[in-house]
Design a protein around this ligand. Structure first.
Ligand code: AMP
Ligand code: MG
Length: 331
């Protein structure tokens, strides 16, 4: 079975074509175009316009690169949510048009669950992980328990990527600031005591963000502050992930989302995993960030497990929670 997936929850518009092979996911193409605004951040309507402009060409290019004829597509899937309404709607409308034109079934999938399933689908040995999903807008610790993907911990305010990008904007770093903060932190070493906020299993970043901005105004030592931001936020993320692993008795941990590119975060989570005798997994960068291949793969899993969607039901859901998904494809 071959599926074409369209991702459009926020700043990225992605088209992926994947094929199922021996229950694993083979990625044929995975193309992404990223909207960037002049001021940083995302204007939902502008991002949706950006997606509308590029989508048709992305689909054509994807088919060409994958060496797949449009008629060979068996299924069309799209990111149903969570995300920004105008962006979701643009991707869903394109998916509906494609499904009707090709006369092939359509499925809307949960974006957060797709981040987890692409790890299971592409990485050998990654079967039942706790996912630490760290992206711009989302930060969640997710694992499968009692028939559903459950959120064991999450941000109470902003996503970790958003925290890094906002700090970057304040101190004059280009968007996205995450990679620049990572580079600057390599030259830092003096630790500033920033607020470390965990409530139960949830995390908050906005207090730390304000404190970091105030430190910067006073001390101007950007490298040390970047170092301190990373050490504090990543330690909190690792702590919650470890507690979820202990609670669920799982011995695999998977990273996902754009911030998973960060070597310090990888290193901290990998150390935690090895100290627990657990395995650590991280997909290739193009499968960590928002991408169409993960949407396509989850479409295949759902379709093969008997989920069928009518066009009239292929609506978006801005607040589509991870734990709302009926997981029909796992035992
Ligand atoms: P996503 O929302 O999953 O597409 O991820 C985008 C976020 O990842 C942005 O907030 C980036 O700043 C962040 N990001 C990308 N690369 C890195 C990195 N190397 N270190 C930290 N954050 C990063
Ligand atoms: Mg994402």
């Amino acid at each position: 079975m071959i599926c074409l997936g369209i991702e459009g929850t926020a700043h990225s518009i992605g088209v992926g074509i994947v094929k199922e092979f021996k229950k694993k996911c083979k990625v044929l193409t995975n193309l992404i175009k990223i909207y960037r605004s002049e001021q940083g951040g995302i204007h939902p309507r502008e991002a949706a316009n950006h997606h509308a402009i590029y989508l048709a060409d992305l689909i054509k290019e994807s088919l060409k690169k994958a060496k797949v004829e449009a008629r060979d597509i068996d299924l069309v899937s799209f990111s149903r949510g969570p995300g920004l309404g105008p962006c979701l709607r643009t991707a869903a409308t394109a998916a509906r048009a494609l499904s009707l034109t090709l006369n092939k079934p359509i499925i809307g999938v949960n974006h957060c669950v797709a981040h987890l399933e692409i790890g299971r689908g592409t990485l050998d040995g990654c079967n039942d992980p706790v996912l630490l999903y760290t992206s711009g807008a989302n930060t969640q610790v997710i694992a499968f328990a009692e028939g559903r993907y459950r959120v064991f911990g999450e941000t109470l305010d902003i996503g970790i990527g958003n925290c890094l990008d906002k700090f970057g904007r304040t101190v004059g770093l280009d968007f996205p600031a995450g990679p620049k903060i990572e580079q600057l932190a390599l030259n830092g070493g003096n630790y500033y005591n920033l607020p470390y906020t965990i409530k139960g299993m949830d995390i908050a970043f906005s207090g730390l963000l304000t404190a970091a901005e105030q430190y910067y105004k006073k001390h101007k030592n950007l490298e040390d502050i970047c170092y301190s931001i990373q050490e504090t936020t990543f330690a909190a993320l690792t702590e919650v992930t470890e507690r979820a692993m202990a609670h669920t008795e799982k011995n695999e941990v998977l990273l996902g989302g754009g911030v998973a590119a960060n070597k310090r975060l990888r290193n901290m989570v990998a150390t935690m995993a090895s100290e627990r005798g657990a395995s650590f997994y991280v997909p290739s960068k193009d499968l960590c960030i928002d991408n169409g291949a993960m949407i396509a793969w989850l479409g295949i899993l759902m379709y093969n497990s008997g989920v069928h969607m009518e066009i009239k039901d292929s609506i978006i859901d801005q607040r589509f929670r991870t734990d709302m998904v009926d997981v029909t494809w796992r035992e």
